[in-house]
Design a protein around this ligand. Structure first.
Ligand code: FMN
Length: 370
């Protein structure tokens, strides 16, 4: 009850992290919040938004704000979506089921991770809204094919293939903590393949050892074409930070690009995502839908991402803080909070629809962005 009171007193997403931290076991909190090496990209993802200045328009009628959109045939209430994130039962016993129910109740897209602690079928069953599935590519191609087929059979609407993790980034908090899944938690989607537990880690993070042993680090654009050929679902590629890669992904059959550095958890000192977005927008020239993630905490961040070319954004960690604090309701609160801020930012910038969030809202003579 006291948690409920304090969660209600929060006015922004960063305050939720402060509240969630002490509730989580230290190893889980570190796994959720941490980044790679010196965590410079993790920090930069946030700070880069602060350097972008807006040029708001005045005296535009903003008496009604419209932020609905259709993305890959899914009708969404807002361009703010829930990022794929592993192991949500570390936050709450209902894990991905609670997140999916919260996303459904606000008609928000959630992308379910390959590394979920409930199976993709269980999560789909819990939700009465559309879902997308995030795919990691396993060395054993039959496992990869099986995951794609299962996602399609369960009714998922798109496949998000993550390509920034041939190996795991050096997450020093997890190494120090020997991060492992507590006894009762498993990688539920891999139970059939007997790969639902981390192997003995020998002093490293258990997740790092798991990934080194079974993810395919020989992956190339040829394999992406193969994945596209396996499914009728639209394929998005997640983890792109360069124009040339975006174009190669499209040439391999991808229909969407997620500009992402994995929330600063993979290559440290990689460019912040909002700084990488303009070059990808420029190269893709409307041929594909762009999504951006990393450090989105404020309504103005969403506004800037859309002004710079994104059709939608993913929010990551704050969803885990909401889940920790109050399960489904906590995630609903996170989504409400950032959606309200986004509407407020739209009104103050003089944009009453997503179409009116155009590049001229960005102040350019500072020179940081273009
Ligand atoms: C705890 C955690 C687990 C994650 N697990 C996955 C995953 O399984 N698959 C994936 O593609 N990205 C994963 N990500 C990256 C997110 O999808 C997203 O790119 C990132 O969290 C966005 O940054 P933000 O947390 O600053 O909003 C994970 C991120 C976190 C924080």
């Amino acid at each position: 009850m006291s948690e409920r009171v304090s969660i209600n007193s929060c006015t922004n997403l960063d305050e939720l992290e402060e509240l969630a931290g002490p509730i989580l076991p230290a190893k889980s909190f570190d796994y959720y919040r941490g980044g790679a090496c010196d965590e410079l990209t993790l920090k930069e993802n946030r700070e880069a938004y602060g350097r972008i200045k807006l040029r708001p328009r005045m005296l535009r009628d903003v008496s009604s704000i419209e932020k609905k959109l259709t993305l890959f045939d899914c009708d969404l209430s807002s361009p703010i979506m829930v990022a794929p994130m592993a192991f949500q039962m570390l936050a709450h016993k209902d894990g991905e089921l609670a997140t999916a129910r919260a996303a459904a109740s606000s008609k928000t897209m959630m992308t379910v991770s390959t590394l979920s602690t409930y199976s993709l079928e269980e999560v789909k069953e819990a939700s009465d809204f559309e879902l997308w599935f995030q795919l990691y590519v396993y060395k054993d191609r039959e496992i990869t094919r099986d995951l794609v087929k299962r996602a399609e059979a369960a009714g998922y609407k798109a496949l998000v293939v993550t390509v920034d993790s041939p190996v795991l980034g050096k997450r020093e908090k997890d190494i120090k903590n020997r991060f492992d899944l507590p006894g009762d938690l498993t990688v539920k989607n891999l139970t059939l393949h007997n790969l639902d537990k981390f192997p003995a880690s020998g002093g490293d993070s258990g997740l790092s050892t798991y990934i080194a042993s079974i993810y395919d680090r020989s992956l190339t654009y040829r394999d992406l074409s193969w994945i596209v050929s396996l499914t009728k679902l639209p394929v998005l590629v997640k983890g792109i930070l360069r124009a040339d890669d975006a174009l190669r992904a499209l040439d391999s059959g991808a229909r969407g690009i997620v500009v992402s550095n994995h929330g600063g958890r993979q290559l440290d000192t990689a460019v912040s995502t909002i700084e990488a977005l303009p070059e990808v927008t420029e190269a893709v020239k409307g041929r594909a839908k762009l999504i951006v993630d990393g450090g989105i905490r404020r309504g103005t961040d969403v506004l800037k991402a859309i002004a710079l070319g994104a059709a939608a954004v993913y929010v990551g960690r704050p969803v885990l803080w909401g889940l920790t604090l109050d399960g489904q309701e906590g995630v609903e609160m996170v989504l409400d909070m950032i959606n309200e801020e986004f509407e407020n930012a739209m009104a103050l910038a003089g944009a009453s629809s997503l179409e009116e969030i155009t590049n001229d809202l960005i102040f350019k003579s500072g020179g940081e962005i273009h």
